[in-house]
Write a protein that binds this ligand. Structure first.
Ligand code: ZN
Length: 378
């Protein structure tokens, strides 16, 4: 498998345009919130909603919170819709999307609805706990989010993802047999292997380990199954098996929870300060929402490279596992090259870009890893 240099050129362009979308999106969010804070509209909106006095618990005004939150989210959606649409156009221009505009809009509406329901629940819960436990709310929220991510990791492959993709068990055959052999040698059991109909939306190939406990499974995109050799797919399966053997889903959940808890604690410190300075009426003032978004956004940006660094280390270990388990260095390298060509992945992003944004080592690094493995074991 040869690296397609023309595709590499396109990959660099595409990645650059994607990053521009990310920066503009960030700027719109930041300017929007700054405008709210500077103009005093954050408090104006609260004053407007103050007639909604229903409060089942002292200090917790669920209707005010709901409407305030919906206004913020809808305003953000309206402002960023042209940008999101441009992202859709771009993915077509580079031949990565196979979706019609209609299907794309439908998917976005589904995603938005799902996100809104979960976010509204979270925001209401945060305010409820702020009212009940003004000092320790952040700890309770952090623990509940940890519980929630465990439940979601469990349910996502059977409840959430089927809303967007069709899944089929991989038929008994050479590939499942190879995976069973790998799993037996690792003294573990894989609960299932599924193919995922990625081709209905994208030309990009992907594979993943998903689920926890009863729902744990390896998922292969049909965009990979139809054009990779059995050896290449075996190496990919071994990589996913590596994630399972290393309990990586748990590692990611714990990492995310620790980072989130840190962020919530910092938010707690800031909230107490602004309330003591009489900038806001109380800890449960709904006008604090824009400030909370700023804190979440800034914190998210700061910890993104930390999360990505941990993820890259985990991926490196899964590659190492795949190489050890299969010893198929050539198949590993050709699978990586095929991925770079097919997914329009820049094999050598600048170190800074990789550090900030990439949750997998660059394909260039993964190829070098395979070469180093071959030198030590060949
Ligand atoms: Zn992986």
């Amino acid at each position: 498998m040869e690296l397609n240099l023309e595709r590499q050129q396109q990959a660099r362009e595409y990645a650059r345009k994607r990053r521009q979308i990310f920066y503009i999106d960030l700027a719109i969010g930041a300017l929007g919130v700054l405008f709210l804070l500077a103009s005093g509209l954050d408090k104006g909106l609260r004053n407007l909603l103050q007639p909604l006095v229903w409060h089942p618990i002292p200090g917790w005004f669920p209707l005010q919170i709901l409407i305030y939150f919906l206004i913020l989210v809808l305003a953000y959606q309206v402002l960023t819709t042209p940008l999101t649409y441009y992202g859709f156009v771009l993915s077509h221009r580079y031949g990565l999307s196979t979706m019609t505009l209609r299907a794309w809009i439908l998917d976005r509406l589904k995603g938005l609805a799902l996100g809104l329901v979960l976010e509204v629940c979270l925001v209401e819960l945060v305010y409820l706990l702020l009212a009940l436990q003004p000092q320790t709310w952040w700890l309770s929220v952090g623990l509940l989010l940890l519980l929630f991510s465990v439940v979601m990791a469990n349910l996502a492959p059977v409840l959430i993802l089927p809303l967007f993709y069709k899944f089929k068990p991989l038929p008994e055959g050479e590939l499942t047999q190879r995976l069973l052999t790998l799993a037996q040698r690792a003294n573990t059991r894989v609960r299932g292997v599924f193919s995922m109909e990625l081709s209905s939306k994208t030309t990009v190939a992907n594979a993943a380990l998903m689920g926890l406990g009863n729902t744990r499974r390896i998922v292969l995109g049909d965009t990979m199954l139809d054009r990779y050799t059995p050896d290449e797919i075996e190496v990919v399966l071994a990589h996913e098996l590596g994630h399972h053997v290393h309990a990586d889903i748990w590692k990611l959940i714990v990492t995310q929870s620790v980072l989130t808890l840190g962020g919530l604690y910092l938010a707690n410190v800031v909230l107490h300060q602004v309330v003591e300075a009489h900038t806001y009426q109380s800890l449960t003032d709904v006008a604090l929402l824009p400030l909370l978004f700023v804190l979440m956004g800034v914190f998210g940006l700061v910890v993104m490279p930390i999360g990505n660094a941990i993820s890259r280390a985990i991926e490196y270990q899964a590659d190492e596992y795949a190489l050890q388990a299969t010893k198929k260095v050539d198949a590993f390298k050709s699978a990586m090259t095929r991925l770079a060509n097919q997914n329009l992945a820049d094999i050598e992003p600048s170190p800074l870009i990789e550090f900030l944004f990439h949750d997998h080592p660059s394909i260039g690094r993964r190829l070098k890893h395979a070469d180093a493995f071959a030198t030590h074991h060949g």
